[in-house]
Design a binder for this molecule. Sequence first.
Ligand SMILES: [Zn+2]
Length: 299
Amino acid sequence: MKRVLFVIVAMLALTSARPPKVENIILLIGDGMGPAQVTALMQAQGSEPINMERATVGGFVKTSSANNRVTDSAAAATAFATGQKTNNGHLGVNVNGEPLETILEKAEKAGLATGLVATTYLEHATPGAFYGHNADRNAREEISAQLQEAGIEVTLGQVKNLAEATGEALTVLTGKRGFFLMVEGSFIDSAGHDNDPERLLKEMRDFDGAVGVALDYAETHPKTLVIITADHETGGLTIPSGDENFLLPDSGIEFEWGTGGHSAVIVPLFVYGPGATQFGGVHENTEINHLMVKSLGLK
Ligand SMILES: [Zn+2]
């Protein structure tokens, strides 16, 4: 009797310790999307919530690279892709230039399907870090050759409509043994570099549309984990009151930019799906990789 009880207790302990099953991960990266960029879209939408607000868990990501408190997209994407910090300019390699295995490569090895979707070309820093390995992010020819050899099932670069492309990618990836899909809103960053609020809102709307498609998918495919974050903030954007006396009614949306480059500001994290709660709180960008690898049960 005692022994039976022990077995039951042990089984219960095992079941509760096991994280919920994740078969698919959709990672959406808004390049250059800091907290103010998200707020800008919220303000522009008025009372209508944006798709990112549908996430059930929130947090922040610390973005510094190995050699700079202000990261570039190559080092930041390498952190998400490989779980290691590297120097700015390095793509899928460590500080010594040695190649690091990426989550996409691990997924391929485990027999999962993979996909990359971006509004820029796929050899660019953010998508490039998921399959490419080069100490120079601008070595486009070599990175392009690595893309051809990576065996990625869905490669949609320079897409016009990120939501549509995300839907297309999901149609192809569904029904496989599980998948890892990375979707990048690439030009939020360019809008920040240009300090261009109109373009920023256009690119944020495009990205949030893709977020909506991913969340719709996760609602009907419950083993899908959706992670929405950014590699860094671009432009040092803030949204001050249009009137110094903010006790007055509506002051209008004002945009003020602090830089034409990137900033060190922490970036938002929104998560939805099985095991989302472990993503809550403040994380180094490398920890996002560790949590994704663990969630998919990859080695
Ligand atoms: Zn940039």
